[in-house]
Design a protein around this ligand. Sequence first.
Ligand SMILES: O=C(O)CCC(=O)C(=O)O
Ligand SMILES: [Fe+2]
Length: 365
Amino acid sequence: MAPSFADGNSLFDFVVRDGNGVKGLVDSGISKVPDQYIQPQQERIDNQNGISHKLPPIDLSKLDGPNHDQVVAEIASAAEKLGFFQVVNHGVPVELLESLKDVAHKFFAQPPEKKAIYCKGVSPSPYVKYGTSFVPEKERALEWKDYINMVYTNDADALNHWPNECKEVALEFLNTSIKMVRKLVEILIGKLGVTVEDSRIDALTGFKMVNMNYYPACPNPDLTVGVGRHSDMGTLTVLLQDGIGGLYVKVDEDIYAGRKGDWIEIPPIPGALVINVGDTLQVASNGRYKSAEHRVRTTSTQSRVSIPIFTTPKPTEKIGPLPQVVETDGVARYREFAFQEYMNNFFGNAHDGKKSLDFAKLDSA
Ligand SMILES: O=C(O)CCC(=O)C(=O)O
Ligand SMILES: [Fe+2]
């Protein structure tokens, strides 16, 4: 029977506090979205006008052949302009991508009480958190998304702490992706004209987590968002999306004539992974690479899953523009900060586009 949410508090308690999530809300039999999910007009996503990102995915196997330099140039150009690109032949087995989507669906199909054990404050592990929306306490309108977040420290911890339903596949995804991430960061740092020892690459990617996002089918997709406008806080994100679509990126540079400020869809490509630049890489490159503002639409017909790996510095790491880049540019556009401070600011506010970067911006930015 559909629960009655006489006031906003009881809905919040049901969805957030008791861990039923949006999935629980939909399963309770609602026929329209509750007011708490209705986005202000300017945040709603009109999918009629969207254009699709037509650039072909970058074939990473070509890094080992005669076209190495051209592929390097494509990667750097994508990171400078859109901050988003797709890759194939990335070293992550394609069958693993299928298993990941399956286990994500299986995890969220469990009864709420099986997932709620991982809610913030009660989770048996500091490495696992299940939740809904982004920071529900701070949001004007909630996001139509449930998620599980798994922090990586080492393989043994992951196998001991992460949920049984998904730990093996999620760990293999992380371990195979991380090799590609290191290669991409090396390439991007190299293209800045900087020689950075391995340790600096470790510093930029020393903290890793895997999320599984679940977006239930939504009765009013035109009123809601799956994820609101934001950029990711870390260095690079590797994202597996399923075939449903709905991931949009804001065009910041004039890469599509006259399209600056528009949103373009990153279309699902079977076997491909999506890579996007996060705020940390924008800061480290002194603004040369762009963290991409992105958001996710909901659909009325099917539930969607996505599985991102976030690579970020360790919380204790000091982050700022790389000194050699500042020297070349003649100006530092961002200040130095401990990454923990950046995280506190990021998770202390609702999603609001690229506002997260204001925390580090200097007047010269
Ligand atoms: O679901 C997606 O396609 C993107 C999710 C996302 O942007 C995030 O989890 O930060
Ligand atoms: Fe994101």
